[in-house]
Design a protein around this ligand. Structure first.
Ligand code: UDP
Ligand code: MG
Length: 322
């Protein structure tokens, strides 16, 4: 077996003891059917059941092919995938879920596209097998992410079955911020991207690890982690509220000049002043937030660019860092 496999498959695992035997069997079978050296990186995200033990056993059964990455506690799906990407060595990397909602038999289709030179291979779930609530939430998220992303974007950000080239994986790993959204980051570093349709199944066993609250927290994380747009919205809201207060004040002034009894002894004028002040406060908060946003963007340490290679002169890895 060569030192660097062509394909790494990274799977986050959290309390999936019922799914692991089937996942292993089907993944190994599908990977062996490919004309490629492969490794299967199973990341145990602090499971409380027998998942860790099963991953250890699998890596003993398939040495050098099934790689176990054991995290000390539960860090969440995206952190687990990042840990898996860090350990993976393949020229191409495919990520997928452990619950068999993404059929391992589809990996070959992604590898084909990666070999054609695509940096990110996104997938669209055919006949998606999830509850109405999940599908609706997913639609909203896809809409939000697409509007936040400048440049390249994906139809279905929720499907974890995805393929990445090594250079995109390396670029994503340079982003050290917490709570990063891997597919969105990958798109910002990719040159060529493509989307393919894949089959989708119901969760094979066990329950989804995401309840309604966890989903909302994830989306909130995503929004605040990627954009300062809500702050700008606050500034606009404040500005227009203040403007409305000024216009209202002028109207109150004019009407009270025409009809001296109108205006309830200055109550309306007071309203106008208050509206202006409240609007000013919101605008000020938004502005303050914009500065905070700038600090946030600079402290998260995301690379400004990613050099894939330099031609005409050899460069050490340190020179390629930004
Ligand atoms: N997962 C994880 N850590 C977590 C939650 C989930 O590693 O804290 C894994 C889980 O084992 C599965 C994948 O992430 O392989 C997706 O989780 P799940 O199927 O529960 O999400 P859903 O399909 O409902 O979005
Ligand atoms: Mg699932």
């Amino acid at each position: 077996m060569s030192a660097v496999p062509e394909l790494s498959v990274v799977v986050p695992v959290y309390n999936e003891q019922e799914n692991l035997p089937e996942l292993l069997r089907r993944s190994v079978e599908s990977l062996n059917a490919l004309d490629a050296e492969w490794e299967l990186v199973l990341v145990d995200d602090g499971s409380a059941d027998d998942s860790m033990k099963m991953i250890r056993e699998a890596s003993e059964k398939y040495p050098g092919q099934v790689i176990g990455v054991i995290l000390s506690t539960n860090f969440g799906q995206h952190a687990a995938v990042t840990a898996g990407l860090k350990v993976s060595r393949g020229k191409y990397v495919v990520t997928m879920d452990a619950d068999l909602q993404n059929p391992p038999e589809e990996i070959g289709k992604l590898l084909e596209k990666l070999r054609e030179g695509y940096d990110v291979v996104g997938t669209i779930r055919e006949n998606r097998q999830d509850t109405f609530f999940r599908k609706f939430a997913s639609k909203m998220v896809n809409l939000m992410v697409r509007s936040l992303c400048h440049g390249k974007t994906m139809t279905d950000y929720g499907c974890m079955l995805r393929g990445y080239s090594r250079s995109v994986v390396n670029a994503v790993l340079l982003c050290t911020e917490h709570g990063k959204f891997i597919p969105m980051l990958a798109m910002t570093f990719a040159r060529k991207t493509v989307e393919i349709h894949v089959k989708h199944a119901e969760r094979s066993a066990g329950e989804s690890k995401y309840n309604c609250w966890k989903l909302i927290a994830l989306q909130y994380d995503l929004l605040t982690g990627t954009s300062t747009f809500p702050l700008r919205l606050l500034t606009f809201f404040g500005f227009f509220t203040a403007l409305f207060g000024v216009v209202f004040g002028i109207v109150v002034f004019i009407v009270s000049q025409i009809d001296k009894d109108w205006g309830y002894g200055g109550t309306f004028a007071l309203f106008a002043i208050e509206i202006v002040l409240i609007g000013g406060q919101f605008a000020g908060m938004g502005l303050l937030g914009e500065y905070l946003g700038k600090v946030f963007i600079n402290t998260r340490g995301r690379p400004q660019f990613f050099i894939e290679e330099v031609t005409g002169r050899s460069c050490g890895p340190d020179e390629l860092k930004n």
